[in-house]
Design a protein around this ligand. Structure first.
Ligand SMILES: [Zn+2]
Length: 375
Protein backbone atom coordinates (compact mmCIF):
# COMPACT_ATOMS: atom_id res chain seq x y z
CA UNK A 1 0.00 0.00 0.00
CA UNK A 2 1.14 3.49 -0.15
CA UNK A 3 0.12 6.80 -1.53
CA UNK A 4 2.32 8.44 -4.00
CA UNK A 5 3.16 11.99 -4.86
CA UNK A 6 2.74 11.22 -8.42
CA UNK A 7 4.22 13.84 -10.63
CA UNK A 8 1.70 13.32 -13.38
CA UNK A 9 -1.14 12.31 -11.18
CA UNK A 10 -4.46 12.16 -12.91
CA UNK A 11 -6.80 14.64 -11.31
CA UNK A 12 -9.03 12.41 -9.20
CA UNK A 13 -11.83 14.51 -7.86
CA UNK A 14 -14.93 15.56 -9.32
CA UNK A 15 -17.93 17.10 -8.00
CA UNK A 16 -18.06 16.19 -4.39
CA UNK A 17 -19.54 19.61 -3.83
CA UNK A 18 -21.42 20.17 -7.06
CA UNK A 19 -25.20 20.33 -6.70
CA UNK A 20 -27.14 17.33 -7.81
CA UNK A 21 -30.83 17.61 -8.38
CA UNK A 22 -31.98 14.30 -9.72
CA UNK A 23 -31.59 11.10 -7.83
CA UNK A 24 -30.14 9.18 -10.76
CA UNK A 25 -27.59 11.85 -11.47
CA UNK A 26 -26.65 11.81 -7.87
CA UNK A 27 -26.29 8.06 -7.85
CA UNK A 28 -24.12 8.08 -10.94
CA UNK A 29 -21.95 10.79 -9.52
CA UNK A 30 -21.54 8.87 -6.33
CA UNK A 31 -20.76 5.65 -8.07
CA UNK A 32 -18.17 7.41 -10.10
CA UNK A 33 -16.70 9.03 -7.07
CA UNK A 34 -16.52 5.73 -5.25
CA UNK A 35 -14.79 4.27 -8.23
CA UNK A 36 -12.28 7.09 -8.14
CA UNK A 37 -11.73 6.58 -4.47
CA UNK A 38 -11.15 2.91 -5.00
CA UNK A 39 -8.81 3.53 -7.88
CA UNK A 40 -6.83 5.75 -5.63
CA UNK A 41 -7.02 3.37 -2.76
CA UNK A 42 -5.64 1.02 -5.33
CA UNK A 43 -2.72 3.32 -5.68
CA UNK A 44 -2.15 2.75 -2.08
CA UNK A 45 -2.42 -0.93 -1.77
CA UNK A 46 0.68 -2.92 -2.20
CA UNK A 47 0.08 -5.72 -4.55
CA UNK A 48 0.63 -9.09 -2.97
CA UNK A 49 2.42 -10.16 -6.03
CA UNK A 50 4.19 -8.03 -8.52
CA UNK A 51 5.10 -11.27 -10.10
CA UNK A 52 4.94 -10.04 -13.65
CA UNK A 53 7.85 -7.70 -13.38
CA UNK A 54 9.91 -9.77 -11.03
CA UNK A 55 9.03 -13.17 -12.14
CA UNK A 56 12.46 -13.65 -13.56
CA UNK A 57 14.11 -12.94 -10.25
CA UNK A 58 11.71 -15.24 -8.55
CA UNK A 59 12.76 -18.06 -10.75
CA UNK A 60 16.43 -17.29 -10.52
CA UNK A 61 16.32 -17.30 -6.78
CA UNK A 62 15.40 -20.92 -6.79
CA UNK A 63 17.55 -22.00 -9.70
CA UNK A 64 19.99 -23.84 -7.48
CA UNK A 65 17.63 -25.09 -4.89
CA UNK A 66 18.11 -28.67 -3.88
CA UNK A 67 14.41 -29.27 -3.97
CA UNK A 68 13.56 -31.14 -7.19
CA UNK A 69 9.92 -30.11 -6.99
CA UNK A 70 10.75 -26.44 -6.86
CA UNK A 71 13.35 -26.78 -9.53
CA UNK A 72 10.77 -28.44 -11.72
CA UNK A 73 8.45 -25.49 -11.30
CA UNK A 74 11.29 -23.15 -11.99
CA UNK A 75 12.29 -24.93 -15.12
CA UNK A 76 8.76 -24.98 -16.37
CA UNK A 77 8.42 -21.26 -15.93
CA UNK A 78 11.82 -20.60 -17.39
CA UNK A 79 10.87 -22.40 -20.53
CA UNK A 80 7.81 -20.23 -20.91
CA UNK A 81 9.57 -17.01 -20.15
CA UNK A 82 12.96 -16.42 -21.68
CA UNK A 83 13.66 -13.53 -19.27
CA UNK A 84 13.87 -15.95 -16.39
CA UNK A 85 17.41 -14.98 -15.48
CA UNK A 86 15.97 -11.84 -13.93
CA UNK A 87 15.38 -8.25 -14.89
CA UNK A 88 18.22 -5.90 -15.40
CA UNK A 89 18.53 -2.92 -13.15
CA UNK A 90 15.62 -0.53 -13.60
CA UNK A 91 16.17 2.59 -15.67
CA UNK A 92 17.85 5.36 -13.66
CA UNK A 93 18.83 2.90 -10.96
CA UNK A 94 21.35 4.62 -8.68
CA UNK A 95 23.00 2.29 -6.21
CA UNK A 96 24.75 5.02 -4.19
CA UNK A 97 21.59 7.06 -3.91
CA UNK A 98 19.72 3.95 -2.80
CA UNK A 99 22.29 3.35 -0.04
CA UNK A 100 21.50 6.81 1.29
CA UNK A 101 17.76 6.25 1.07
CA UNK A 102 18.03 2.91 2.89
CA UNK A 103 19.99 4.54 5.72
CA UNK A 104 17.34 7.23 5.97
CA UNK A 105 14.55 4.66 6.03
CA UNK A 106 16.26 2.59 8.71
CA UNK A 107 16.75 5.67 10.88
CA UNK A 108 13.22 6.87 10.25
CA UNK A 109 11.76 3.50 11.21
CA UNK A 110 13.73 3.47 14.45
CA UNK A 111 12.51 6.99 15.25
CA UNK A 112 8.94 6.14 14.25
CA UNK A 113 8.95 3.10 16.52
CA UNK A 114 10.27 5.16 19.44
CA UNK A 115 7.47 7.65 18.91
CA UNK A 116 4.65 5.10 19.11
CA UNK A 117 3.03 3.80 22.27
CA UNK A 118 2.38 0.19 21.40
CA UNK A 119 0.25 -0.30 24.50
CA UNK A 120 -2.39 1.74 22.69
CA UNK A 121 -2.81 -0.94 20.06
CA UNK A 122 -6.53 -1.68 20.06
CA UNK A 123 -6.37 -5.41 19.42
CA UNK A 124 -3.59 -6.61 21.76
CA UNK A 125 -3.07 -9.77 19.76
CA UNK A 126 -1.71 -7.56 16.97
CA UNK A 127 1.09 -6.18 19.11
CA UNK A 128 3.72 -8.93 18.81
CA UNK A 129 3.30 -9.10 15.05
CA UNK A 130 3.58 -5.34 14.69
CA UNK A 131 6.71 -5.15 16.85
CA UNK A 132 8.18 -7.94 14.82
CA UNK A 133 7.81 -5.88 11.63
CA UNK A 134 10.03 -3.19 13.08
CA UNK A 135 12.53 -5.89 14.10
CA UNK A 136 12.43 -7.32 10.63
CA UNK A 137 13.37 -3.97 9.12
CA UNK A 138 15.94 -3.35 11.87
CA UNK A 139 17.61 -6.73 11.45
CA UNK A 140 17.82 -6.27 7.71
CA UNK A 141 20.21 -3.38 8.35
CA UNK A 142 22.91 -6.04 8.63
CA UNK A 143 22.02 -7.61 5.31
CA UNK A 144 24.93 -7.15 2.89
CA UNK A 145 22.58 -7.45 -0.04
CA UNK A 146 19.94 -4.98 1.08
CA UNK A 147 20.73 -2.76 -1.86
CA UNK A 148 19.20 -4.29 -4.99
CA UNK A 149 22.30 -3.37 -7.00
CA UNK A 150 24.47 -5.51 -4.71
CA UNK A 151 21.83 -8.23 -4.72
CA UNK A 152 21.92 -8.36 -8.51
CA UNK A 153 25.70 -8.61 -8.54
CA UNK A 154 25.60 -11.45 -6.02
CA UNK A 155 22.98 -13.15 -8.10
CA UNK A 156 25.14 -12.85 -11.19
CA UNK A 157 28.28 -14.14 -9.49
CA UNK A 158 27.14 -16.84 -7.08
CA UNK A 159 23.72 -17.87 -8.29
CA UNK A 160 23.16 -19.30 -4.86
CA UNK A 161 20.97 -16.77 -3.16
CA UNK A 162 18.36 -19.37 -2.34
CA UNK A 163 20.67 -20.93 0.24
CA UNK A 164 21.39 -17.69 2.04
CA UNK A 165 17.84 -16.49 1.89
CA UNK A 166 15.94 -19.60 2.86
CA UNK A 167 18.22 -21.12 5.43
CA UNK A 168 20.72 -18.73 6.96
CA UNK A 169 18.97 -15.40 6.95
CA UNK A 170 15.44 -16.14 5.93
CA UNK A 171 14.04 -12.68 6.56
CA UNK A 172 16.59 -10.65 4.63
CA UNK A 173 15.24 -8.48 1.87
CA UNK A 174 16.54 -6.01 -0.68
CA UNK A 175 15.38 -2.49 -1.37
CA UNK A 176 14.84 -1.25 -4.84
CA UNK A 177 13.65 2.03 -6.25
CA UNK A 178 11.80 1.40 -9.45
CA UNK A 179 9.33 3.85 -10.87
CA UNK A 180 9.04 1.78 -14.01
CA UNK A 181 7.27 -0.83 -11.91
CA UNK A 182 5.36 1.52 -9.69
CA UNK A 183 4.36 4.39 -11.91
CA UNK A 184 1.56 2.73 -13.76
CA UNK A 185 0.14 1.44 -10.49
CA UNK A 186 0.90 4.58 -8.52
CA UNK A 187 2.22 2.60 -5.59
CA UNK A 188 4.57 4.18 -3.14
CA UNK A 189 5.72 0.74 -2.05
CA UNK A 190 5.27 -2.82 -3.16
CA UNK A 191 6.64 -6.23 -2.34
CA UNK A 192 7.91 -8.91 -4.63
CA UNK A 193 7.75 -12.46 -3.23
CA UNK A 194 10.60 -14.99 -2.86
CA UNK A 195 13.58 -12.86 -3.69
CA UNK A 196 11.95 -10.52 -1.18
CA UNK A 197 12.34 -7.13 -2.74
CA UNK A 198 10.87 -4.03 -1.15
CA UNK A 199 10.10 -1.85 -4.13
CA UNK A 200 9.79 1.88 -3.50
CA UNK A 201 8.88 4.79 -5.69
CA UNK A 202 11.50 7.47 -6.22
CA UNK A 203 9.42 9.91 -4.21
CA UNK A 204 9.10 7.59 -1.22
CA UNK A 205 9.53 9.95 1.71
CA UNK A 206 11.08 8.50 4.89
CA UNK A 207 9.79 11.55 6.77
CA UNK A 208 6.19 10.76 5.92
CA UNK A 209 4.35 8.59 8.46
CA UNK A 210 2.00 7.50 5.68
CA UNK A 211 4.93 6.27 3.59
CA UNK A 212 6.44 4.42 6.54
CA UNK A 213 3.07 2.80 7.15
CA UNK A 214 2.97 1.80 3.50
CA UNK A 215 6.31 0.11 3.92
CA UNK A 216 5.15 -1.65 7.09
CA UNK A 217 2.15 -2.93 5.13
CA UNK A 218 4.57 -4.45 2.62
CA UNK A 219 6.76 -5.76 5.45
CA UNK A 220 3.72 -7.68 6.67
CA UNK A 221 3.62 -9.53 3.36
CA UNK A 222 7.35 -10.06 3.59
CA UNK A 223 7.05 -11.63 7.04
CA UNK A 224 4.22 -13.91 5.95
CA UNK A 225 6.16 -14.91 2.86
CA UNK A 226 9.41 -15.64 4.69
CA UNK A 227 7.58 -17.59 7.41
CA UNK A 228 5.86 -19.72 4.84
CA UNK A 229 8.97 -20.49 2.83
CA UNK A 230 10.84 -21.35 6.01
CA UNK A 231 8.05 -23.52 7.38
CA UNK A 232 7.61 -25.48 4.18
CA UNK A 233 11.21 -25.83 3.03
CA UNK A 234 10.99 -29.57 3.69
CA UNK A 235 7.61 -29.88 2.03
CA UNK A 236 8.38 -29.41 -1.66
CA UNK A 237 4.85 -29.98 -2.91
CA UNK A 238 3.40 -27.30 -0.69
CA UNK A 239 6.22 -24.92 -1.42
CA UNK A 240 5.80 -25.52 -5.13
CA UNK A 241 2.08 -24.75 -4.96
CA UNK A 242 2.86 -21.57 -3.06
CA UNK A 243 5.51 -20.53 -5.57
CA UNK A 244 3.09 -21.14 -8.35
CA UNK A 245 0.44 -19.00 -6.69
CA UNK A 246 2.80 -16.06 -6.48
CA UNK A 247 4.13 -16.45 -9.98
CA UNK A 248 2.09 -14.60 -12.56
CA UNK A 249 1.86 -15.27 -16.20
CA UNK A 250 2.09 -12.06 -18.22
CA UNK A 251 -1.34 -10.48 -18.40
CA UNK A 252 -2.75 -12.77 -15.76
CA UNK A 253 -5.10 -11.20 -13.24
CA UNK A 254 -3.54 -10.46 -9.89
CA UNK A 255 -4.16 -12.92 -7.08
CA UNK A 256 -4.68 -11.83 -3.54
CA UNK A 257 -4.54 -13.70 -0.23
CA UNK A 258 -7.35 -11.86 1.53
CA UNK A 259 -6.27 -12.91 5.01
CA UNK A 260 -2.73 -11.66 4.53
CA UNK A 261 -4.07 -8.43 3.01
CA UNK A 262 -6.41 -7.96 5.95
CA UNK A 263 -3.44 -8.45 8.25
CA UNK A 264 -1.38 -5.85 6.40
CA UNK A 265 -4.26 -3.35 6.43
CA UNK A 266 -4.82 -4.05 10.12
CA UNK A 267 -1.17 -3.23 10.80
CA UNK A 268 -1.48 0.10 9.02
CA UNK A 269 -4.80 0.91 10.62
CA UNK A 270 -3.61 0.12 14.15
CA UNK A 271 -0.38 2.06 13.75
CA UNK A 272 -2.05 5.07 12.19
CA UNK A 273 -4.52 5.08 15.05
CA UNK A 274 -1.70 4.88 17.61
CA UNK A 275 0.15 7.65 15.80
CA UNK A 276 -3.01 9.78 15.90
CA UNK A 277 -3.61 9.01 19.55
CA UNK A 278 -6.88 7.21 18.90
CA UNK A 279 -8.32 9.84 16.59
CA UNK A 280 -8.60 7.49 13.63
CA UNK A 281 -10.93 5.21 15.55
CA UNK A 282 -12.99 8.15 16.82
CA UNK A 283 -13.29 9.63 13.36
CA UNK A 284 -14.22 6.29 11.80
CA UNK A 285 -16.92 5.75 14.42
CA UNK A 286 -18.33 9.22 13.78
CA UNK A 287 -18.79 8.67 10.04
CA UNK A 288 -20.85 6.33 7.91
CA UNK A 289 -19.25 4.44 5.06
CA UNK A 290 -21.00 6.85 2.69
CA UNK A 291 -19.60 9.85 4.46
CA UNK A 292 -16.12 8.38 4.37
CA UNK A 293 -16.42 7.91 0.62
CA UNK A 294 -17.66 11.46 0.18
CA UNK A 295 -14.94 14.06 -0.09
CA UNK A 296 -17.55 16.61 0.99
CA UNK A 297 -16.92 15.38 4.53
CA UNK A 298 -13.20 16.06 4.45
CA UNK A 299 -13.57 19.03 6.80
CA UNK A 300 -13.94 16.43 9.54
CA UNK A 301 -10.31 15.42 9.31
CA UNK A 302 -8.43 18.52 8.24
CA UNK A 303 -6.44 18.56 11.46
CA UNK A 304 -5.42 14.97 10.97
CA UNK A 305 -4.25 15.67 7.43
CA UNK A 306 -2.12 18.48 8.83
CA UNK A 307 -0.63 16.23 11.47
CA UNK A 308 0.23 13.69 8.80
CA UNK A 309 1.63 16.43 6.55
CA UNK A 310 -0.75 15.30 3.86
CA UNK A 311 -1.05 17.87 1.13
CA UNK A 312 -2.05 16.40 -2.17
CA UNK A 313 -5.17 14.67 -3.37
CA UNK A 314 -3.71 11.23 -3.66
CA UNK A 315 -2.48 11.27 -0.11
CA UNK A 316 -5.94 12.32 1.03
CA UNK A 317 -7.44 9.37 -0.79
CA UNK A 318 -4.87 7.12 0.81
CA UNK A 319 -5.96 8.40 4.16
CA UNK A 320 -9.58 7.75 3.22
CA UNK A 321 -8.67 4.17 2.40
CA UNK A 322 -7.34 3.72 5.90
CA UNK A 323 -10.36 5.48 7.33
CA UNK A 324 -12.58 3.03 5.50
CA UNK A 325 -10.46 0.19 6.83
CA UNK A 326 -10.74 1.67 10.34
CA UNK A 327 -14.53 1.85 10.06
CA UNK A 328 -14.60 -1.94 9.89
CA UNK A 329 -11.50 -2.73 11.90
CA UNK A 330 -12.74 -0.87 14.97
CA UNK A 331 -16.32 -2.09 14.64
CA UNK A 332 -15.91 -4.26 17.70
CA UNK A 333 -15.83 -7.96 18.43
CA UNK A 334 -17.40 -10.35 15.95
CA UNK A 335 -16.73 -8.08 12.99
CA UNK A 336 -13.56 -9.78 11.77
CA UNK A 337 -15.27 -11.23 8.75
CA UNK A 338 -16.68 -7.87 7.71
CA UNK A 339 -13.22 -6.37 7.96
CA UNK A 340 -11.74 -9.11 5.81
CA UNK A 341 -14.57 -8.62 3.32
CA UNK A 342 -14.07 -4.87 2.93
CA UNK A 343 -10.39 -5.48 2.27
CA UNK A 344 -11.36 -8.24 -0.15
CA UNK A 345 -13.83 -5.87 -1.80
CA UNK A 346 -11.17 -3.21 -2.30
CA UNK A 347 -8.75 -5.68 -3.82
CA UNK A 348 -11.44 -7.12 -6.01
CA UNK A 349 -12.22 -3.64 -7.32
CA UNK A 350 -8.56 -3.35 -8.15
CA UNK A 351 -8.89 -6.35 -10.38
CA UNK A 352 -7.51 -9.05 -8.10
CA UNK A 353 -8.88 -12.54 -7.76
CA UNK A 354 -9.53 -13.43 -4.15
CA UNK A 355 -8.04 -16.44 -2.39
CA UNK A 356 -7.61 -17.80 1.08
CA UNK A 357 -5.28 -20.51 2.36
CA UNK A 358 -6.93 -23.74 3.45
CA UNK A 359 -5.84 -26.19 6.15
CA UNK A 360 -3.53 -27.93 3.73
CA UNK A 361 -1.77 -24.65 2.99
CA UNK A 362 -3.21 -24.46 -0.49
CA UNK A 363 -4.88 -21.35 -1.83
CA UNK A 364 -8.54 -21.77 -2.64
CA UNK A 365 -10.90 -19.12 -4.08
CA UNK A 366 -12.47 -16.84 -1.50
CA UNK A 367 -16.09 -15.79 -1.69
CA UNK A 368 -16.89 -12.60 0.14
CA UNK A 369 -20.21 -11.22 1.29
CA UNK A 370 -21.57 -8.02 -0.33
CA UNK A 371 -20.46 -4.85 1.39
CA UNK A 372 -23.42 -3.13 3.01
CA UNK A 373 -23.86 0.47 1.80
CA UNK A 374 -21.52 0.08 -1.16
CA UNK A 375 -23.13 -2.57 -3.33
ZN1 LIG B 1 -0.93 -5.66 0.49
Amino acid sequence: MGRKNHRNAPAPKEGAKSPRTRADVRKNAEDHRIRNVLLLIGAVIGSTALGVMFKGSNDATFDNTTSPAVTATTNGNSATHPAASGPNLPPDFDEAKLDILIAKIENAMTAFKAQLNFDKIKHPNMKPGILRLFDLIGNNAKNDLKNYGKYKRAEASTKDLSATRVTTRPYDFSYLVDDSTLDSLKFVAAYSHFPRHMILSSDFNPNSPMDLLAMLHEATHLGTDADFVLDTRNDPETLRAYLHFYTHEPGEKKKCDVVDEAKAWAVQTELLNVFLDGDLEKLANSMSVRQIMDRGESHRYEDILKKLKIENEEEIYSFMGLLLSAKYYFAGPNHDNEFIDIIAYIHEKLGARLFVMDKNKRFVPYKRKPVVELE
